[in-house]
Design a protein around this ligand. Sequence first.
Ligand SMILES: Cc1ncc(COP(=O)(O)O)c(C=O)c1O
Length: 390
Amino acid sequence: MDTKKLSEKYLMKTYNRFDLAFEKGEDVYLFDESGAKYLDFASGIAVNSLGYSNPEFENAVCQQIKTLCHTSNLYHIKQQARLARMLVELSGLDKAFFCNSGAEANEAALKLARKFGGSKKNGASKIIAMKNSFHGRTMGALSLTGQDKYQKAFVPLVEGIDYAEFNNLESVEKLIDENTCGIFLECIQGEGGVIQASQEFYDGVRKICDTHNILMIIDEVQTGIARCGKMFCFEHFNSKPDIICLAKALGNGIPIGAMVANEKAAQNFEPGDHASTFGGNFIAATAAICVLNQIEKNGLIKNAQQTGQYLKSKLLELPVKQVRGLGLMLGAQINASAAEVVKKCHEKNLLLVGAGANTVRFLPPLTVTKEHVDSAVEIFGAVLAELGVS
Ligand SMILES: Cc1ncc(COP(=O)(O)O)c(C=O)c1O
């Protein structure tokens, strides 16, 4: 039975999959089961940032698998503690907690904000999240996700969450009261269409949080780990949040999530408050340490800035309405269905991702070169021309 038939027979229908199945990766290319080569500007939705077949990454993970995979968090794990130190030093925050995914990192932050409200702010429990946001599919993360289409089939949701307009400070201010303990936002709403927070909005939220003793929580699951031309996207702004949530590129394909917080927030968790069986185990932590080292060693932050700028300038030569985003997280808004354009690019061996109805996302591995960008933009431009997009 081929892969498509096998999937359709045995897997729950939670995904509308493309008619593609990959077998192997190399550099910034994926090869399907017939051996056809695809230029990958999707990176497993911003995960495979080192590209494919990075020898240091492969060696580090394989070596760790042969040595020890898992012991549980009943015991100390050297790699986990070393990874925590790296994330703390890189972010300027104070303590890390490890889990397995983006949704779980947001769940952890939601619980930490509630614990802070409970013990430091007279039982405050209200959370403010943004409309058009995306934070994941578990019940807490889904409740933070301000989009009816994801939530409506699963009510009742976690209570005590209100939604403000993204980039509208007044709308945030209106929701603030003494019961508010946390505000969640993305620096760039990825799934929501690659919409960037304005400097004024980000700084304004920070000020509101300082004034009212509220934790500012930035979901960096998609924007973090060098994707946007800084290690963390919040570095594009003037101040630090209290908590960041990470996942996706942190493990380059090995599942790992993390919540990193300052002392003010982190001190509220006590033994028994939160846990994860697999979180930050030997394999996941080893993978993430290697990712962070490779980003530094190979200058991937600079590459995300420079090649991202180049990609942006090339896209702007095409009939696009707007190009949004930072670094190598870019969205081109077009006068056409994003789903149709993505499908047609697939037919020409270029992988892209949609974001909303009319925005196509460009999320290549951070190792991408100008030559790869030229090839991708040529295919994308040819598809727009074929569809008569102006
Ligand atoms: C900003 C953001 N937060 C959270 C998530 C959920 O991450 P995961 O699918 O690893 O649970 C995603 C996934 O796309 C995301 O983009």
